[in-house]
Structures are given as structure tokens and as C-alpha cells.
Design a protein around this ligand. Structure first.
Ligand SMILES: C[S@@+](CC[C@H](N)C(=O)[O-])C[C@H]1O[C@@H](n2cnc3c(N)ncnc32)[C@H](O)[C@@H]1O
Length: 314
């Protein structure tokens, strides 16, 4: 079937700029007609073309406009949301559900200046249960701590992979590797023992029952280089009524108040033969409110608190 070029020209006439040359109009009409006869394949969309560029780098002024229009924020939020869902399907930790994995908590610790001074004088940092490794990226990019001093482990290798997707980086000098800290064969047992100035346990110790927590704490102490000032820092959910509680996804969690926390670390110190100074700040509120107003809190009977701690060799 042949379509008359004239008919096509007539059809498009209203959108044609007024001064199009006759020759140009004819050429275009022929192309449109060909496309109508044989469908879209008649106009090749191959990218193997000198006038198709593969890569794009946003010029500064365009980035400013895109930022002002909210494009950058929306893309970033969609990116985080997609990875939250991916991480959630691996294990539904509250820290993933409530976007704690995209917060930097370390800089808010009271012990942060001390942590920085240990790292700036060459100390090794190990993040245990680092998940996507956000705190490690903060130390590397914001504080300029050399990658060679930074280590992270997590029992779920997929969380580490999601970390690379999230920060759009790749395995490099900073060592992030899967390890179950209870595993005697883990690389952390072989390579990190008595090597660290700072061990970070963010939202980690509370994942376990009292007995497992004791074992975990002794593992953390085991990573510390035996030197005064070296420290374990972190945070965990506590309780004004200490004891073991059952969480719907995490399971049995031992939660402390100030006294039981002190007794716990006294026992760790006795069993590891170290002298430890125990500091903790207890926040009575554990409420989280989402950006769109959804409110979470632990059941009131659990009397939950949040403990930020530092355990230091003295
Ligand atoms: C609640 S998340 C906290 C993540 C991160 N530290 C933060 O503060 O945002 C606990 C992390 O510990 C990891 N984890 C749980 N058991 C572990 C184990 N036995 N050895 C190493 N990592 C473990 C989990 O996979 C998870 O990423």
C-alpha cells in the first residue's frame, strides 16, 4: 500500500514551522509515509550512530536547576526507598524499616571526639554488624580516615552488596566482608583479634539473649588492641525493666537498665581479664516518627529506652 506524500504533508502542515523549505518538507513527508507503511522499524533507532552519545555528565548550571526543581531529592529518595525494600526482603530489621541505615549516628556519640583522635593517630576501626556500612563511608569521606584503617563485617553479605549499590561505590581499600562474629573460623577471628582501637556495635548487642550477648561482648573485647583508651562504642535498645523480651522479627533480646548494663560489663571484664570503664547515656524516648507522620514506639509494658555506650580499656 502506498500512502500519498501529499496527504501526509497536509496532515502535518499545522505543526510545520512556516518557513520550511519545499525540499525539506518533501523529504520529511517521505520519511513519515515510509514509517506509516512499514511500522516503526522503518526508522532505525539504532544507537550505533555518530550522533548518539552513551554517557552524560550533568553540567553545573543544569544540576542547580534540577536541584531547585526537586529532581535530585526525588531521585535520591526513590533510590533509598528501592534499596530499603531490597534490604527489608533480606531481613526485616527495624533499623531498615525505619531508615536508620541511612543515618550517621556515630558523629552524635559523646565519645566521637575520642574516636576521631584514636583513628587520626592510626588506630584501626571495626564496625561489627555494619549492615550497608554507612558509618564507615562517613568516616572515610567526611573525616578523611584512610580506608586501610577501616573494616566492617556483617553476617548478611547481601547487606554489604546493597551498601555498594546505595553509595554507588565498589569494593576497594576499605575491607567490608561477611562474617558471623560467633563463628570461630570467621576472618574477624583470624585477622582482627587484638588489632582495633575502636570497635563499633551500632544496634547490635541487643539482637541477642543474655547468654549470646555475653558471648558477643567477649568477641568485641577480643578485637581490641590491649592498650589504654581503646574502646567499644555503640548503641542498643534498653529497658527500665531489664530482662529478655521477644521481638516479632528479631527474636529474644536482652535489654538493660544502667545497673544491669554495669553488671553485664563487669562480668565481661572478669571473664576477659581486662579493666574496663563503662559509660552509658540512657534516653527514655524510643519514639520514631516517619516523614509522613507514622509513629512507632515499643509496647509501653516493655519500658524501652535507648542506650549509647562506650566501654574503654583503662
Ligand atoms: C539492627 S542492624 C544494625 C546495623 C548498623 N550497625 C546500624 O547501626 O545501622 C544489625 C546488623 O547486625 C548484623 N548481624 C546480626 N547478627 C550478626 C552476627 N552474628 N555477626 C555479624 N553481624 C550480625 C545484621 O545482619 C544487621 O546488619
Amino acid at each position: 500500500m502506498r500512502v500519498s506524500p501529499r496527504r501526509v504533508v497536509k496532515h502535518d502542515a499545522s505543526v510545520e514551522p512556516a518557513k520550511l523549505s519545499r525540499r525539506w518538507k518533501k523529504q520529511r513527508a517521505r520519511a513519515v509515509a515510509a514509517a506509516k507503511i512499514s511500522g516503526p522499524t522503518a526508522v532505525s533507532c539504532t544507537k550505533d550512530n555518530s550522533f548518539y552519545f552513551e554517557t552524560y555528565k550533568c553540567p553545573e548550571k543544569m544540576r542547580d536547576v534540577m536541584t531547585e526543581c526537586g529532581v535530585v531529592d526525588k531521585l535520591l529518595e526513590a533510590h533509598v526507598k528501592r534499596l530499603q525494600d531490597k534490604a527489608w526482603s533480606i531481613f526485616p530489621y527495624p533499623c531498615i524499616g525505619m531508615f536508620e541505615f541511612v543515618k550517621f549516628n556515630l558523629p552524635g556519640y559523646r565519645s566521637y571526639p575520642r574516636i576521631l583522635s584514636l583513628l587520626r593517630s592510626g588506630g584501626v576501626y571495626l564496625d561489627v554488624g555494619c549492615c550497608v556500612g554507612q558509618e564507615l563511608r562517613y568516616l572515610l569521606s567526611h573525616e578523611g580516615i584512610p580506608a586501610s584503617q577501616l573494616f566492617g563485617c556483617d553476617i548478611e553479605p547481601e547487606f554489604l552488596e546493597i551498601g555498594y549499590e546505595l553509595f554507588m561505590d565498589a569494593p576497594g581499600a576499605m575491607r567490608l566482608e561477611a562474617a558471623d562474629i560467633f563463628d570461630d573460623e570467621a576472618w574477624t577471628e583470624n585477622e582482627m583479634k587484638q588489632r582495633c582501637a575502636v570497635v563499633h556495635a551500632g544496634y547490635f548487642l541487643h539482637l541477642f539473649s543474655y547468654q549470646r550477648q555475653l558471648l558477643a561482648a567477649k568477641r568485641l573485647v577480643g578485637y581490641l588492641e590491649r592498650k589504654k583508651g581503646n574502646t567499644i562504642v555503640g548503641r542498643m535498645i534498653g529497658s527500665r525493666a531489664p530482662g529478655e523480651y521477644t521481638h516479632p522479627t528479631v527474636g529474644i533480646m536482652m535489654r538493660h537498665d544502667r545497673e544491669s548494663f554495669g553488671r553485664f560489663w563487669k562480668r565481661v571484664a572478669e571473664e576477659t581479664g581486662l579493666k574496663l570503664d563503662v559509660q552509658c547515656d540512657i534516653c527514655e524516648s524510643t519514639v520514631r516518627i516517619s516523614h509522613d507522620g507514622k509513629k512507632f514506639d515499643h509496647p509501653p509494658e516493655e519500658k524501652a529506652t535507648e542506650i549509647t555506650f562506650s566501654i574503654t580499656i583503662v
